[in-house]
Design a protein around this ligand. Structure first.
Ligand SMILES: *Cc1c(COP(=O)(O)O)cnc(C)c1O
Length: 475
């Protein structure tokens, strides 16, 4: 209850509030309209609380109102998109923005985007250029393809490829590859959206060359291979690889397309990581089109990269839908700079954050967990206790679901035996409520902070700097 309750008639008008000397600076910074709108809300709220007898006169002093209005304005202007700490253990996390972009790709952006640029202009002869040309030669060099084009994301790449090559005709796909990628991207639906008829061959676990051969008919326009990114068929399984399928397709005069999903441009096995198929292998195997994402293992911006034979890429580029799916100059600039990093493959684990995170030695993560343990334990006491634990993370974004990434971190459990679930939810919510939210995961009655993605001194310092705020939220 307020010590000296305010009545609605104690509340100043919007005009009087804004004329106060306390608000001159704020007014000069943000202008009258925003301030008046926020002041109206603030004073309305005061009026409601005064009517309920919940408002104290002190809250209506000019400094108190100025402080409340300043807070309301900064909240109104705060960005909805915020940096978080990804301590989930999933490195390429779709809900957390997938690949982290390289500094080398981000630093030139301000200057590039502020000024006019040669997005579709050929500086050599002053002629009109194609924005694809900014990355086409790099993509060809890196994948061995004859030609390349880029669109908004890989879902768009697949849609465009099917529409351009097989609209009004049939596309043959193995039943083992009719996958759903999450977020409502299902192969049969994409086929329908592109105006093609899906012809399913084989079975869920086994598809043979003759299954494809028998399905080829006068209406067939395309054979398609889909990388089953987010699940694996194990045991009694068989599929037809791209080189065998290219032979079958080309003998019938058909193109072969391959949707690789993640498609890493470098062999991850080189760093002891699970292997993902490479676009360059699929091109070498005879695929006419290979598509993959820009923001998965490639470590770049959201993009759909399409590489292949000159003739097929030209058909895709000329298809009208291409114009609707084209990349904007902002991600295109980031993509070009990211691809250029691949010209120095032996510097990639340093220059490309995604690869840096994926190749981080487990021993280093473990040592970091030991270092953080006493400080974090102190912040969590007495309700929770923490310990260092080996963990299994994931690459993420549909790559290799069966392969886990050995990692380490802090496992936290409530001290009280009662209400464990609720206590963990409360901790998880408090972590998400921090100025830079910490995203964790709960498994087997513990909250896990996988530290693989907490890299670099400044990140760790910022994480530790938030612990006092966590203590406050847990109090
Ligand atoms: C991720 C994925 C897609 C969709 O790619 P986006 O870049 O997210 O649009 C399509 N196909 C496969 C096999 C995938 O793994």
């Amino acid at each position: 209850m307020p010590t000296s309750p305010a009545s609605p008639k104690d509340i100043p008008s919007v005009d009087r509030l804004l004329r106060g000397p306390e608000l001159a600076g704020l007014l000069a910074q943000h202008g009258h309209q925003l301030l008046a709108a926020q002041a109206r809300r603030l004073l309305d709220d005061c009026r409601q609380r005064a009517l309920r007898g919940e408002l104290d006169l002190s809250e209506l002093s000019p400094p108190a109102l100025a402080a409340a209005l300043t807070a309301a304005v900064s909240q109104r202007l705060a960005s909805r998109l915020r940096p978080v700490f990804n301590l989930t253990g999933t490195v390429i996390h779709t809900n957390l923005g997938r690949a982290l972009l390289a500094d080398a790709a981000l630093q030139p952006l301000l200057e590039l985007m502020r000024a006019p640029n040669n997005l579709e202009y050929r500086l050599a002869d002053g002629g009109r250029g194609d924005r694809d040309e900014l990355v086409e030669s790099l993509l060809c060099e890196l994948t061995g393809a004859q030609a390349a084009t880029v669109v908004n994301n890989n879902a768009a790449a697949v849609l465009l490829t099917i529409a351009a090559l097989a609209r009004g005709a049939e596309v043959i796909v193995s039943r083992g590859e009719l996958v759903e990628i999450g977020g409502a991207f299902r192969m049969p639906d994409v086929m329908a959206s592109a105006g093609a008829t899906l012809v399913e061959v084989g079975t869920t676990n086994r598809t043979h060359p003759h299954d494809y051969q028998r399905a080829i008919g006068p209406r067939t326009a395309l054979i398609m291979k889909v990388h089953t990114s987010n699940y694996a068929v194990q045991g009694f399984a068989a599929s037809v690889d791209e080189s065998a399928l290219a032979g079958i397709a080309h003998a019938a005069g058909l193109p072969l397309a391959s949707d690789l999903g993640s498609g890493s441009l470098v062999d991850l096995a080189h760093w002891g990581l699970p292997r993902e198929p490479l676009p360059q292998e699929k091109i070498a195997a005879g695929c006419d089109v290979v598509s993959f994402s820009g923001d998965k293992l490639l470590g770049g911006p959201q993009a759909g990269l399409i590489v292949g034979s000159r003739e097929t890429i030209e058909r895709i580029r000329r298809f009208p839908l291409k114009r609707a799916l084209r990349m904007s100059k902002l991600p295109l600039a980031v993509l070009e700079a990211t691809l250029r990093l691949y010209l120095r493959p032996d510097r990639l684990t340093r220059d490309l954050p995604t690869l840096r995170l994926l190749t981080r030695p487990t021993a280093e993560i473990h040592a970091q967990a030991e270092r953080l343990l006493p400080v974090v334990s102190r912040a969590l006491a007495p309700r929770y206790r923490a310990g260092v634990m080996p963990m299994l993370g994931q690459i993420g974004s549909g790559s290799l679901p069966v392969d886990r990434l050995p990692s380490a971190g802090l496992a936290i459990e409530p001290v009280a035996r009662q209400g464990v679930g609720r206590a963990l939810e409360a901790l998880s919510a408090a972590l998400r409520d921090l100025p830079r939210p910490v995203i964790s995961r709960i498994a087997e009655d513990r909250l896990l902070l996988d530290l693989r993605c907490l890299i670099g001194g400044t990140e760790e310092t910022q994480f530790l700097g938030q612990l006092p705020a966590l203590v406050e939220r847990l109090a």
